[in-house]
Design a protein. Structure first.
Length: 254
């Protein structure tokens, strides 16, 4: 079921979104050669838990699962697309790292991700980051009353594919609110005019996941980390936004 949020609920989501944005802002300062992904996770927890007394959305998710996610951020390096588990890995000059952050405040979630460069990166990496981020904003621009979810999906897909890259099929954007994942699903591929009609007050976490190579992915035996099968670079950007009478309002803007 799709829930339309009231003004009071949107305000709560703004507050959760601001925490997520602050964490991602700090990540931009901290990501550098020599830093471990576990250190980035600790930094995120210091903001989410200690500074704001909020709850990391990802830690222990799903609560009834056999392999709940063990950390507060997803840290996915190079060919790792999403859901990388922070740990002892040391970032190297030339890496790219997707950091995905979720926080719950007063019962409402915020969810966003950026892919950052570690020091100087390849031209291919730079282009991938630009295209993936561009795809996110292209999708958000299509998130307007009167459009359908397929218009968002198609905007992302055509933006990415016309630039020679591919979108992942297995993982999608999603509604968000009291739960991290609500209806509707918003895939990164689709057809214009299909899917659910977009309405004011719908809150969505849109997250283009883009592959330099072909779109096949697999999950590593840590049960979480999703990587490209061909080992080529991948990018991931995400924002939580609310649909309004005009342009969507981004709730996780840095
Ligand atoms: Mg998400």
């Amino acid at each position: 079921m799709i829930t339309l949020k009231s003004a009071a609920e949107i305000n709560k989501m703004r507050q959760a979104g601001r925490i997520v944005a602050e964490v991602l802002g700090k990540m931009q300062e901290w990501v550098a050669p020599g830093v471990t992904t576990a250190e980035l996770n600790e930094l995120a927890e210091s903001v989410i838990c200690d500074k704001y007394s909020a709850i990391p959305s990802f830690k222990g998710f799903p609560p009834d699962g056999a392999h709940p996610f063990p950390a507060s951020i997803c840290a996915s390096v190079n060919e790792e697309l999403v859901h990388g588990i922070p740990g002892p890995r040391v970032l190297q000059e030339g890496d790219i790292i997707s950091i995905d952050v979720g926080a719950i405040l007063n019962g409402y979630h915020g969810d966003a991700a950026v892919t950052l460069s570690v020091g100087q990166i390849s031209q291919e990496g730079q282009r991938l980051l630009k295209v993936t981020k561009g795809a996110l904003y292209e999708g958000i621009a299509a998130a307007r009353v009167g459009n359908r979810s397929g218009d968002i999906s198609a905007a992302i897909q055509s933006y990415v594919e016309s630039r020679g890259y591919n979108v992942v099929r297995e993982y999608t954007g999603h509604g968000i609110g009291r739960s991290m994942h609500e209806e509707p699903q918003v895939p990164n591929h689709g057809q214009p005019g299909r899917g659910v009609r977009l309405r004011k007050g719908m809150t969505i976490a849109l997250e283009p996941m883009v592959l330099v190579g072909d779109s096949r992915v697999k999950v590593l035996d840590d049960y979480w980390t999703v990587v490209s099968c061909d080992g080529k670079l991948t990018g991931h950007f995400e924002h939580t936004f609310v649909i309004t009478d005009g342009e969507a309002e981004i709730l996780t803007r840095m």
